[in-house]
Structure formats: structure tokens, C-alpha cells
Design a protein around this ligand. Structure first.
Ligand code: ATP
Ligand code: DSD
Ligand code: MG
Length: 248
């Protein structure tokens, strides 16, 4: 399959919640792009829960170079950025956060912006994660859980992104094992509900950060996913494809 990825591919990897796998998917996408010869870089607009949380550090380690990721302000409280800033008596400025992401978006090479928690997470100055994604004008990949409960979270998140004019290039149902009826039926139901391409990412080895890149590349059709991103970015529309074949 000819790679349609352009050197200027930009995408936001957002989630239905915190802890759903945005960093794992980001590491896999950036790792795939860098292995394909693109100077791809992830940007974490704000990192809270730091330490120990360090998403940019994880992506950099997974890709074997600090050039693979960068991070905005880091705050210690494991809370929404606006709340963490309040608790830690720090000041966050939305314009600065947005400016950093715009600089990364406009540099040469693909840019992968990772969200913070889910979409309605307060960032700064009354702005939320979804406002940043909309302001950056890039398509999104939505990462969600695979099991019971994800229909609601995923459909609500896709609707919120669309209401803001954000093209949803695909949904990644993470840690998919197909071990429950909900898991097995969710991908096609979500495709019907959202008309988004749905990709299932199985559990991958987290032994080392590098394992994650190899695992995601093995489990996720990254090239196909990035082609839907490239199409969505090129014409701002969303792409749909034939219903996914999942054993049920
Ligand atoms: N496909 C996977 N296979 C195995 N473990 C996974 C997978 N995806 C996520 N995990 C586990 O879930 C944890 C949380 O994933 P991740 O850090 O990517 O979530 P996140 O959405 O980026 O969270 P945050 O909102 O804090 O940024 C990982 O540290 C890992 O332990
Ligand atoms: C601490 C977590 N890791 C995450 C913050 C998640 C905020 C969730 C807020 C909420 O939805 O209740 N921070 C981050 O992704 O930088
Ligand atoms: Mg993360």
C-alpha cells in the first residue's frame, strides 16, 4: 500500500479519559513515522502528575531519542492542568500553551499532539483540551477503552469533536482482547454510531518503552490509520471505510 503520509502530517491523539492509552498510541505513531524516515515529534502541551508521569519522556525513550518528543509546563499534582496550577500555586497561560503547540505543528516533520486526560479537561484561562485541539485545526485520533461503557464515552467524545469542527480520523479501542461480548460487538457498533474507522489495539508488551513501539506497529495498522489522518487533514473531512471485520 503506497504511503500517503506527507511530511507535514499533524494529528492530535486524544482520549475518552485519562489512562486510556494516548501515550502508548502516540509512541507507536511517532515511532512508526520516525522508522519510516520522517522527523516526527510528539508534544505534550502540559504534563501533570509529574513526577512520575512523563509522557514526552516515555515517547522519547520509546523512539530512542529526545528529538522525538517535547513537553510544555510540568506540574506535580496529578490533576487537570488548571486545577493542578491552582493547587500548586502556579500560573498557566493558555496563549503560551497554544503557542508552543502551534510552533510544533508548524515545524518541518509530522507533529503528534497528545491530549491531557479526556476532552473536557480544564487547561488554563477557561480553555479546555478540546479548545486547544480545535484551535490547532488538526484532525484527531480518539483513543478509548474496548469494553462495556466505551460506546457512551466514545460517541460523546466524537460528537464533541465534530461540534468543534475537528475531523476524527479514527477511533482506537485499546487493550482489545475480544474476551467479552461487549468487546466483540463494540467496534462495529461504534463504526455505526460514529461513521469513524475503528481500530483495535491489543495489549502490547510494556517491558521496555521500545517494546511499545514494536508492539503498536505490530498490532495497529499505523500506515492505514495515518492515511486516514492525511486524508482528513488534506480535505478537512472525515473518511469512512468498509465495516471492520471483527470476529464476534
Ligand atoms: N495497548 C496496551 N498494552 C498494554 N498496556 C497498555 C496499553 N495501553 C495502555 N496500557 C497501560 O495503561 C497505562 C496508561 O496508558 P497511557 O499512559 O498511554 O494512558 P494516557 O491516556 O496517555 O493517560 P494520561 O491521561 O495520563 O496521559 C500504560 O502505562 C500501560 O501500563
Ligand atoms: C494526571 C494524569 N496523567 C493527567 C490528568 C488527567 C486529568 C483528568 C481530569 C478529569 O477528567 O477528572 N495528566 C496528564 O495527562 O498530563
Ligand atoms: Mg499520556
Amino acid at each position: 500500500m503506497e504511503t500517503m503520509v506527507t511530511s507535514k502530517l499533524n494529528v492530535a491523539v486524544v482520549g475518552t479519559d485519562t489512562g486510556v492509552g494516548k501515550t502508548v498510541v502516540t509512541a507507536g505513531v511517532v515511532g512508526w513515522l520516525r522508522a519510516a524516515g520522517y522527523d516526527a515529534r510528539a508534544v505534550k502541551p502540559v504534563q501533570t502528575g509529574h513526577p512520575p508521569d512523563d509522557d514526552a519522556g516515555f515517547v522519547a525513550a520509546a523512539c530512542g531519542t529526545h528529538a522525538a518528543a517535547t513537553c510544555g509546563p510540568r506540574l506535580e499534582p496529578a490533576l487537570a492542568p488548571a486545577v493542578a496550577a491552582d493547587v500548586a500555586d502556579r500560573t498557566l497561560e493558555y496563549s503560551a500553551i497554544r503557542g508552543t503547540c502551534e510552533t510544533e505543528r508548524d515545524r518541518d516533520g509530522p507533529c503528534v499532539i497528545e491530549g491531557i486526560g479526556g476532552l473536557r479537561v480544564p487547561l488554563a484561562d477557561g480553555q479546555e483540551v478540546i479548545d486547544l485541539v480545535a484551535d490547532l485545526g488538526v484532525p484527531a485520533i480518539l483513543v478509548g477503552r474496548s469494553g462495556l461503557g466505551t460506546l457512551n464515552h466514545t460517541a460523546l467524545s466524537v460528537a464533541a469533536l465534530r461540534r468543534r469542527g475537528v475531523a476524527v480520523a479514527g477511533v482506537v479501542l485499546n487493550q482489545y482482547e475480544g474476551s467479552t461480548t461487549a468487546e466483540r460487538t463494540n467496534p462495529e457498533i461504534i463504526e455505526d454510531m460514529t461513521e469513524c474507522p475503528v481500530y483495535a489495539l491489543s495489549p502490547v508488551s510494556m517491558e521496555t518503552p521500545e517494546d511499545v513501539v514494536a508492539g503498536v506497529r505490530e498490532e495497529l495498522p499505523v500506515e492505514q490509520l495515518l492515511q486516514t489522518v492525511a486524508s482528513a487533514e488534506a480535505d478537512g473531512n472525515e473518511v469512512s471505510r468498509n465495516p471492520t471485520e471483527f470476529e464476534s
